[in-house]
Ligand binder design. Structure first.
Ligand code: SAM
Length: 239
């Protein structure tokens, strides 16, 4: 996958050299380029913002540097992703959809956001997704892009050492994942559930399913209510 990120803070993306994303880059599964939006300004102050039409607090990102920047990096076939608290909620399903793209371009807003004409004009030429991380407001889109990229890149074939990790995760089958444990079996007086040490794979699978159902019912009843009935078995319904 090819990824271009346009931002006024390229330094924010140093973590993309680390861990599994860094390894995906060195192995050639992921090609990331980070661009400074100010490269597409033409005044001595390298200005990217101005006061809002209609008045009000704060500054708005000007369309000209964005237009030139997107013209340069969004080559045919690219898909533009614009983080904004006014976007549709970012979910695992949205991550899966983005993971199928060959070329993603991310536009990181700052201040009061990007002049809307940038997004509207881009949408005449390429698919555009305006996406929100949640119902709160960040300083800028950089952290949002790091989050979105982590969720997307781990879905790319070959990135995770064991692709089975993706199968029973929270937000994949509709339920939250059951709690997980490792050695030692007793720690500070807390025991690992006996069943997980039993070696009985059938009982362990059932226990995990029950725990996932219980956890989801308690913590996220909205998710449980959305599970289609055909995805539940008789034991689930008895719970
Ligand atoms: N004035 C905007 C509004 O009320 O919708 C908020 C602008 S925010 C201070 C600046 C930038 O941070 C946004 O353009 C966006 O890139 C990013 N941002 C802030 N909150 C976000 C969220 N919940 N999800 C995704 N991006 C967010």
């Amino acid at each position: 996958m090819k990824v271009d990120i346009v931002t006024i803070f390229p330094e924010y993306f140093a973590p993309l050299d680390l861990s599994l994303i860094g390894r995906a880059r060195t192995s050639g599964l992921l090609d990331v380029a980070v661009h400074d939006l100010r490269n597409w300004t033409h005044d001595v102050h390298r200005t990217v913002d101005d006061t809002p039409y209609g008045g009000g607090a704060g500054m708005v990102m000007r369309p000209e540097p964005w237009g030139e920047g997107l013209d340069a990096v969004a080559t045919p076939g690219a898909r533009l992703v614009v983080p904004t608290p006014a976007g549709s909620p970012f979910t695992q399903a949205a991550a899966q959809e983005l993971a199928e793209a060959e070329h993603l371009v991310f536009a990181c807003g700052r201040y009061e956001g990007i002049d809307q004409r940038v997004i509207d004009e881009a949408a005449t030429r390429m698919p555009v997704t305006e996406v929100s991380l949640g119902d709160y407001v960040l300083f800028g889109g950089e952290v949002a892009v790091l989050v979105i990229l982590e969720a997307v890149v781990r879905l790319l074939p070959g990135v995770l050492g064991n692709a089975d990790s993706l199968l029973e995760e929270s937000h994949t089958g509709g339920l939250l994942e059951a709690p997980v444990y490792t050695k030692p079996s007793t720690w500070r007086g807390h025991e690992v559930p006996e069943i997980l040490r039993s070696g009985d794979h059938g009982r362990i699978a059932r226990w995990r399913r029950d725990q996932a159902l219980l956890r989801t019912a308690v913590r996220r009843p909205d998710l449980l209510a959305a599970v289609p009935p055909e995805k539940l078995d008789k034991r689930d319904v008895a719970l």
